[in-house]
Design a protein around this ligand. Structure first.
Ligand code: FE2
Length: 480
């Protein structure tokens, strides 16, 4: 019998049936004792002279009846009397006490299960708030891990998804700093090597991969027990969540395994949501690219202009260290910067000769008209200033608002450089394409007046390195 049952039976014997046995002692004048399986008296209604401590060899002055739960003996009921008439009473009493104890055990289990279910519901509720498409996978995974760790005590949680570059760890509440698991977790190498060893095997096994792995590893200050559950992204094992503990008596409980399973499911959901979100974004972006190309085609000399400006702008942006949401804003802004040309007459856009002042004023309305076209799309609301200001000059002599320097949105200043370079280096209705040297000299000349000097300098670096030529060559190949 485990020490846990022993403790709970001891506690029950001195509380759960004490009143009943004391009443019987008062009525019958017979003392009762409850013994545990080690022959120790754990409850008695009065001292008796003739007591044996040998459970297998009862005294003739005593009546014995075993106390059993689910077929397992947990102790004995002893009545200090030799009256045979009491035999059936003691046997029946032992049966009642056994049933009471068994019911109490069931109730405890049920209460524990209910508490776990409550924890699970709470956790799932917080998970639902966590999984959103507009956060990175690592941010979502980190939040899921932290939420889960709040439901664990002396445990360490780890998450490993190499294809997302995501290796995270989180202590459960009340995990002491000197717990052996903390030292191992802080070095991270042992946990990662468990995951790294399991991953190829699990990938190879595919749908036959085990739903969980358990084992032990040696830490500096003792053995560490682990349970690891795979994360499947689109049916492929792509990583794991693991729970680590240094407690040999209780390395993990059923409720904790369930929680780990929930965590694995939610991480999978976060990864899948993210993938679908990106696919959708890409599809939308490609559709818009097609539409923009159709608008560019309205002006026969600017075919492919928007896509080239988008690609040059991305090269500049990446070189300037832009990433994440800002880089995405740059891509949309650059691709859509000239969308307002849809509202300019084809006869003006394609006019071979010099434009009149009036015609030029009409052309100059395209940044504002572009914003008008895009205004109904609320998701693009924050990129509108970049489109409105892509013809501003760094010295304030641009249009439509004549703002200057850093008052011009950073992304608009990038587009201004990419846009001007493409305008110079490709043919226009009123002139042929200029040479690369001429375009470079114009970029140098415009630094600090037309362009933000930091940005035109990056563009000159990219030109010198041949990066821009590669985009242009690629574009020519497509056109051919
Ligand atoms: Fe423009």
């Amino acid at each position: 019998m485990s020490s846990q049952i022993n403790d709970s039976f001891h506690e029950f014997a001195s509380r759960g049936c004490s009143d009943l046995l004391r009443d019987l002692t008062a009525c019958l004048g017979v003392n009762f004792q409850i013994w545990n399986t080690n022959g120790k008296v754990i409850f008695e209604t009065g001292k008796s002279a003739s007591v044996t401590t040998d459970i297998t060899n009862p005294n003739k002055e005593q009546i014995w009846a075993p106390l059993q739960v689910n077929g397992e003996q947990v102790g004995c009921l002893v009545a200090h009397s030799a009256k045979p008439v009491l035999c059936s009473l003691v046997t029946s009493l032992a049966g009642q006490i056994s049933s009471l104890y068994s019911m109490e055990q069931d109730l405890d289990r049920l209460t524990e299960q209910l508490a776990q279910s409550y924890d699970e519901i709470n956790l799932l509720y917080s998970f639902n708030r966590t999984v959103k498409p507009d956060v990175t996978f690592t941010e979502a995974a980190n939040e899921l891990l932290t939420e889960s760790a709040d439901f664990l005590e002396e445990r360490w949680l780890s998450l490993f998804v190499p294809e997302m570059e995501c290796h995270l760890g989180c202590p459960g509440i009340s995990l002491e700093e000197d717990d052996p698991v903390v030292a191992v977790a802080n070095s991270n190498a042992i946990f990662n090597s468990i995951f790294e060893d399991l991953l190829p095997v699990a990938k190879e096994a595919g749908s036959l991969a085990p739903v969980r792995h358990t084992g032990t590893v040696d830490g500096d200050n003792g053995q560490i027990f682990y349970i690891v559950i795979p994360i499947r992204i689109r049916e492929i094992v792509s990583g794991f969540v693991g729970m680590f503990s240094s407690n040999p008596d209780n390395p993990y409980e059923t409720g904790e395994v369930r929680l780990l399973e929930c965590l694995s499911e939610e991480v999978t959901k976060a990864a899948t949501t993210r993938e679908l979100y990106h696919e959708l974004q890409e599809m939308l972006f490609n559709t818009v690219k097609g539409l923009v190309a159709a608008i560019d085609a309205k002006d026969e000399y600017t075919r492919g202009h928007s896509e080239r400006v988008y690609r040059y702008s991305m090269l500049i942006g990446e070189r300037l260290g832009i990433e994440g949401d800002e880089l995405q804003d740059l891509s949309w802004s650059a691709l859509l910067h000239d969308v307002g040309k849809i509202a300019i007459a084809r006869s003006i856009l394609n006019k071979p000769g010099r434009l009149t002042d009036e015609e030029f004023d009409t052309i100059k309305t395209h940044p504002v008209k572009g914003c008008k076209v895009l205004e109904p799309i609320t998701q693009l609301e924050h990129v509108l200033p970049n489109i409105r200001h892509h013809h501003e000059r760094f010295d304030g002599r641009g249009y439509p608002d004549g703002i200057e320097g850093e008052a011009i949105p950073f992304i608009a200043r990038i587009i201004a450089v990419a846009d001007t370079f493409d305008a110079i280096s490709s043919s226009r209705a009123y002139r042929s394409a200029q040479t690369l040297d001429y375009a470079i000299s114009e970029l140098r000349k415009g630094a600090g007046t037309q362009f933000d000097p930091k940005i035109s300098s990056v563009m000159l670096d990219l030109l010198a390195e041949g990066e821009i030529a590669r985009v242009a060559d690629d574009d020519d190949a497509k056109a051919a």
